[in-house]
Write a protein that binds this ligand. Structure first.
Ligand code: T1G
Length: 686
């Protein structure tokens, strides 16, 4: 096996190369190899300086996250980096790809940094519930100042090579071959006989008011998360403590963050999002897609495809709808140009990939057809029957339905094995989640092609079975049901929303209903015959629609909306709820936030367990990925199933049984899977 780290003399420069695919993470082998090569370089009198570079796609993209759950092996990264900083010979980091986390910290411990023009540099540890634990909070502010260091570390967002040069993080952009450029700089430093040890530099504290305002803004954005607060404490220590003490403070805070359940949850999601969508089939490369339906979903899907460089034929039988869809897409790209996020050449290229027509025949040359028309089973089946006669024999047919039966849609064609669901989430060009629906006849190649396309769009595909609402919306119905019952029983929409948003949900269920449009659920429920026989079921939402309160689009729903979209409580809604509760004979009472959170979250867990047992969900981790990426479940809680596992399945079952005693078994019978696991001790996650 080739060594993870090697030292090669290039003239009088020792080039240390890390070669540890896929991302050169600083695993134990890499750390041990770095130490060995550093010592060899220092002992070799022929070498006056060194370069640290990486083979493969990227410079070190971080510490090896897989190691965090295991006992650490020496050398510790932070100690190794201090050893590198104290080197008797100048060391220059040669940065390409994504120099992230421990990788950027390695570069900070070097005496200079040269970057490829396309390199990106960042300290994303807070996205894993961690803080930079190998000197990042102490060395970065010494190069870029406290304010920029707070921005980079608390947001976790990377900067470009050009930005890095502008702030002093990087010394040079490589105009020639990267390692050569780094070696030349290393020799220059050696000849000069002096080089900067980052840790010896002072920290430029910046304007205190600006720094405090930036920190407060970033902490507000990450409300509920511990890592940004710990990172800020370490950064502030850099201003007042000598570097050795600052590094000790950082280490303590890093170890606290590594032990924090929030970090375990975020690391769980990191790997879960990379494990979804695995299927045996052979993916076919998709170059031309026909999108049927130019509504909000269709135009969003078209934008996502165009952004990925795919040719798109947008087709809508209604010329007015087609015109609106085209305008929506054009406005989207013009907005990017206006905000300087798209240059005119890119703008032109994107629009050149898009054609629009009312003629279904335009779908004849597509590799894949994605239907995103009105959510009506008859409309969809008729359309797929027509498509079957038009589409090329090698084309795949996908429906974007959010809950309808994909088997029934596939049965309208003579090619059910080439029919699948691709359930995008709105806005389709922004939301990362795609549920890839496996209908009864769907072939493995169809699924693999759907998964590969989703990843090409930069999305996260999750394979799900064909059942009403698939996984996400089936769980959303259980969650929404409890929200609706809580309203009848005495909670207000704003209390429910605030309780769940304080718990970490991105947006409360009633605000979400208003955003999506209450009439969408209203129509869907009327088209279904499998709903519970319970007059209370979504009764508040239905009553709002019957009074013309459709949500944000009609200016009022659960809330009143100002023209700028801001929302405020509306006493009329309480009057409406009270009238419905009275009519239904529901006794009203004061409800506390804890009950709101427990009932809504346990409804998710119980339904998720049921979907796991029936195979509609393939894995507990898949459910977590769906809810973290499609419904705003707090990432620092890992997802509904991770959260249940952390609570203890015995506790979860007992809580559900308590709810059954109060509210009856209709909605609160524990899923058999939960009962079995609680009794056997089997874990949801290995
Ligand atoms: N450790 C272990 N495995 C990693 C990894 C890491 N840091 N980063 C990626 N992988 C694996 C990933 O699981 C996948 O494996 C493969 O590499 C390709 O990844 C001390 C404590 C680098 C931008 O947070 O952001 O340093 O599925 O599918 O889309 O202060 O990976 O193929 O088996 O994502 O091209 C800080 C995390 C760590 C960066 C590439 N670093 N990684 O994206 O490929 S903590 C990070 C990423 C730390 C120090 C602290 C991305 C990427 P498999 P991929 P990609």
């Amino acid at each position: 096996m080739s060594e993870a780290v090697s030292l090669m003399a290039a003239g009088e420069v020792g080039v240390i190369t890390i070669d540890h695919p896929p991302v050169n993470a600083t695993s134990a082998a890499v750390r041990q190899g770095l130490l060995r090569c550093l010592e060899e370089l220092e002992q070799d009198a022929r070498l006056v300086a060194g370069v640290i570079a990486c083979a493969g796609r990227t410079f070190v993209a971080g510490a090896d996250i897989r190691e965090f759950g295991r006992p650490p092996e020496p050398p510790r990264l932070d100690e190794l980096l201090s050893r590198i900083e104290q080197s008797g010979k100048p060391l220059v980091a040669a940065l390409h790809g994504t120099a992230l986390g421990g990788g950027l910290e390695l570069a900070l411990a070097c005496h200079a940094r040269v970057a490829d023009p396309g390199a990106r540099l960042g300290l994303p540890e807070v996205k894993l519930g961690l803080i930079p634990g190998a000197g990042g909070t102490q060395r970065l502010p010494r190069l870029v100042g406290l304010e920029r260091a707070i921005d980079m570390i608390l947001s976790g967002e990377p900067v470009t090579a050009a930005e890095a040069v502008a702030t002093g993080l990087v010394d040079q952009i490589a105009e020639q071959e990267l390692v050569t450029a780094a070696a030349n700089l290393a020799v220059t430093l050696a000849r000069a006989g002096s080089w900067r040890r980052t840790g010896a530099l002072p920290v430029e504290p910046g304007d205190a008011a600006r720094v405090d305002a930036l920190a407060a803004r970033l902490l507000r954005r990450s409300r509920g998360q511990h890592a940004p607060e710990r990172a800020l404490e370490a950064l502030r220590a850099a201003v007042i403590l000598p570097v050795a003490e600052g590094l000790q403070r950082e280490r303590r805070l890093f170890e606290e963050s590594r032990a924090d359940p929030q970090s375990a949850a975020l690391r769980h999601l990191f790997f879960a999002e990379r494990s979804t969508g695995r299927t045996e089939g052979k993916a076919v490369v998709i170059e031309r897609v026909a999108v049927l339906g130019a509504g909000t979903m269709g135009s969003g899907i078209a934008i996502a495809l165009v952004d990925a460089g795919i040719e798109v034929a947008l087709i809508d039988s209604d010329p007015a709808s087609l015109e609106r869809g085209e305008a929506r897409i054009r406005d989207h790209y013009q907005g990017l140009v206006d905000r300087g996020r798209l240059v005119p050449a890119q703008h032109h290229a994107r629009l050149a990939q898009l054609s629009a027509s009312s003629d279904l025949q335009q779908a004849a040359t597509a590799d894949l057809i994605i239907e995103a028309v009105f959510e009506d089973p008859t409309v969809k089946r008729e359309l797929f029957a027509r498509l079957d006669a038009i589409a090329s024999s090698s084309a795949w047919l996908a429906t974007n339905t959010s809950y309808l039966d994909v088997d029934a849609i596939a049965a309208a064609t003579a090619r059910p094995e080439r029919v699948l669901g691709l359930h995008f989430f709105s806005p389709a060009n922004i939301m990362k989640l795609v549920e890839v629906v496996r209908a009864r006849a769907t072939s493995a190649d169809a699924l693999a092609t759907g998964v590969a396309l989703a990843r090409k769009l930069g999305k996260i595909p999750v394979l799900v079975g064909n059942a009403t609402g698939f996984v996400g919306n089936s769980m959303l119905q259980a969650y929404g049901r409890e929200n609706q019952l809580l309203l009848l029983e005495g909670a207000t929409p704003w209390q429910v929303d605030a309780a769940l948003e304080s718990w970490g949900m991105a947006m409360g269920p009633n605000a979400v209903l208003d955003l999506a449009g209450l009439d969408i659920g209203y129509r869907a429920r009327r088209a279904r015959s499998d709903l519970p026989d319970d007059p209370r079921f979504f009764r508040v939402a239905d009553a709002l629609v019957e009074q013309g309160r459709l949500g944000r689009k009609s200016g009022c729903g659960n809330y009143l909306y100002a023209p700028d979209g801001s929302r405020q409580p509306d006493p009329k809604v309480i009057t409406l709820i009270e009238a419905e509760a009275s009519r239904l004979g529901v006794a009203r009472r004061s409800i506390d936030d804890a009950e709101i959170v427990e009932r809504c979250v346990l409804a998710l867990v119980n339904e998720g367990a049921r979907l796991l047992e029936t195979g509609v969900a393939g894995a507990a981790a898949d459910i977590d990925v769906i809810w973290a990426n499609g419904y705003g479940f707090p990432r620092f809680r890992g997802g509904p199933m991770w959260y249940a596992a952390q609570c203890g399945l015995g506790e979860v079952v007992a809580a559900i049984q308590r709810l059954a005693e109060i509210h009856g078994p209709l909605y609160w019978t524990p899923a058999p899977l939960l009962m079995r696991m609680a009794q056997s001790g089997e874990a949801l996650f290995s």
